[in-house]
Design a protein around this ligand. Structure first.
Ligand SMILES: [Ca+2]
Ligand SMILES: [Ca+2]
Ligand SMILES: [Ca+2]
Length: 262
């Protein structure tokens, strides 16, 4: 058994942690001009923004400064939607932190009660709806999940200025959710960073809470309200192995090396 575990660890082909492709996109009635390339919702979420010719106002993505380059976020207007696909299914894994299996990154930010010092006074929440599917045909609504309106993205865990003009040196973890029980109201930015605990944010989805064990397709739509929503990307949460399983794999690999004579 130990030999199998060791071989599968070294021989496993990694699947993409991000949405790998898009299936359909309907921009809706009021999608933001120049933000209608569906590829903007694929791949890793943005850590830095404003650093292009259109804006030329570079800044770190923080919980008070969302991504806004044309090629970073996709806009979905009223009546619009996008269907995004993972290359292998997102699983309902009991080892995922807080039960969260999937993260949706919009470009919502906290409202600053003390600009530019970064005191949380609420959210610029634009809402939207998330639906989940294993086969791309049958859909389940992730009730209560707002794709552009819950947990802001943070690009760097060591950027302590909420409106920093430069990059940090510690990239946040876009595959680790924020503890969904945290109330950020009234926090300063140092407290926000501590609460994120290295996470890059994103709205969490526990697919098991909707009766699903695997999800390959995510539909994000904007069926109501007057403002467009923006999507930067999706990620699959990285499971945290129980300490016991790490020891078992470690011992098994060590024993294989011994038998191979190293
Ligand atoms: Ca789960
Ligand atoms: Ca937005
Ligand atoms: Ca993006």
């Amino acid at each position: 058994m130990g030999v199998v575990a060791c071989a599968s660890v070294s021989g496993a082909r990694a699947s993409s942690p991000w949405a790998a492709s898009w299936v359909t996109y309907q921009p809706g009635s009021n999608a933001a001009l120049n933000y209608t390339d569906p590829a903007s919702a694929l791949g890793r979420p943005s850590r830095f923004t404003g650093d292009n010719a259109e804006f030329n106002y570079p800044g770190a993505v923080t919980a008070f400064n969302g991504a806004y380059n044309y090629d970073q976020v996709l806009s979905i207007g009223t009546g619009g939607h996008i269907v995004l696909a993972f290359d292998t299914p997102v699983r309902d894994n009991p080892n995922n932190p807080f039960g969260v299996d999937l993260l949706v990154f919009g470009n919502t930010t906290f409202i600053d009660a003390d600009y530019p010092n970064g005191i949380v006074a609420g959210l610029f929440s634009e809402g939207g709806v998330v639906e989940l599917s294993e086969n791309g045909v049958d859909w389940v609504t992730a009730t209560g999940v707002m794709p552009d309106g819950s947990i802001p993205t943070i690009g760097y865990s060591d950027v302590t200025d909420p409106f920093a003009l430069t990059r940090g040196s510690v990239p946040s973890n876009f595959r680790m959710p924020v503890d969904p029980s945290i109330d950020f109201s009234g926090m300063n930015y140092t407290q926000v960073l501590a609460a994120y605990n290295g996470s890059g944010g994103g709205t969490g989805v526990d697919i098991g809470a909707y009766g699903l064990s695997a999800v390959s397709f995510v539909r994000i739509s904007n069926p109501f309200g007057s403002s467009a929503i923006e999507i930067d990307g999706l990620s699959r949460v990285a499971a945290v192995p129980a300490p016991g399983s790490l020891i078992v794999i470690g011992l098994a690999c060590a024993s294989v090396r011994r038998r191979r004579g190293r």
